[in-house]
Design a protein around this ligand. Structure first.
Ligand code: AMP
Length: 283
């Protein structure tokens, strides 16, 4: 039987969340820090632990069938791979930033200036798209210190909280790319049944993460109002309570509208609202 290979980051920001996602999909494997490859005991899959910069090419060249990597790395390596699923973690933006005291008003003020970055391909394309001629200085790390050292006038670097920019006396000056971790595969292999099965497992975990299970009590007289607020997966489950005239309503609520919905439910007569996490939602 065929065994798939999935490449994930060996160490770094995406490693822990990638391992957690695969484990939540019910895959049993050891998270070996010392070895490059870990077999999954209950699914025909091997996990390859690699440097994230290498993952897109390994997938493109068929050394791995699948990979979990930041979109920024895919764009920088300019590989031809299939985007199979956005994964909702590792979110960051590739931003331009300039020293706090710089008096630049618009992107065109970067004409003729030097910009330091570890993402020269993405930056080159962005500058060309915006008709700006800057000098790109490629640096492999600690890009944020280059204006202070006189190496560049601006930087283009990954930012999530903005804390690193702040502590280096820099301010954001425009977004170049938004990125998150994605599942990638080889083009043309998207219909492989094992890949489809794995994507479905991943989607059921992601769906569950975005949703809460809610149980509430309401007087029958207010049930229609409550039902109108709750779409559920198909429709809410309604069961009678031991106390005459009351029912319990079971449903799922998307995390993003959670607090708004809870206020509406309370206003419509909901009582004793219990909220629980969901492990998986299989549709
Ligand atoms: P690492 O190798 O540990 O620096 O992590 C690499 C990946 O984490 C990057 O390629 C991004 O996709 C993602 N990431 C998320 N937030 C940030 C951030 N603030 N700085 C750098 N990488 C980030």
């Amino acid at each position: 039987m065929k065994t798939l290979k999935i490449a994930i980051q060996k160490s770094g920001r995406l490693n822990e969340k990638s391992v957690e996602l695969l484990k939540n999909c019910g895959l049993n494997f050891e998270n070996y820090k010392s070895s490059l490859i870990s077999p999954v005991s209950n699914f025909p899959l091997e996990i390859l632990f690699l440097r994230d910069d290498d993952i897109p090419e390994y997938v493109q060249d068929g050394i791995a069938d699948l990979g979990i990597v930041g979109e920024n790395v895919i764009c920088e390596t300019e590989v031809d791979v299939a985007y199979l699923q956005r994964l909702g973690f590792g979110k960051c933006s590739l931003k331009l930033a300039v020293p706090n005291q710089a008096n630049y008003q618009s992107l065109s003020d970067l004409n003729g200036k030097a910009i330091a970055t570890s993402y020269p391909s993405i930056l080159k394309k962005f500058l060309a798209d915006n008709n700006i001629q800057s000098e790109i200085r490629t640096i492999s790390g600690s890009v944020e210190i280059s204006p202070g050292l006189g190496l560049s006038d601006a930087i283009c670097d990954l930012v999530s909280t903005g804390g690193t920019l702040k502590s280096n006396g820099l301010k954001a000056f425009g977004d170049v790319l938004h990125s998150e971790a994605v599942l990638i595969g080889r083009k043309g292999e998207e219909n492989d049944p094992l890949i489809i099965e794995l994507i479905q497992r991943i989607q059921s975990v992601l769906r569950a993460k975005e949703t809460k299970y809610v149980v509430l009590n309401v007087e029958k007289a207010h049930l229609d109002e409550i039902k109108a607020l709750l779409p559920g997966i198909k429709s809410p489950t309604v069961v009678p309570l031991a106390e005459e005239g009351w029912v319990a309503v079971h449903t799922v609520i998307p995390e993003k509208d959670f607090w708004g919905k809870i206020s509406q439910l309370k206003a419509a007569g909901a009582q004793g609202i219990v909220v629980m996490p969901i492990e998986k939602i299989i549709i």
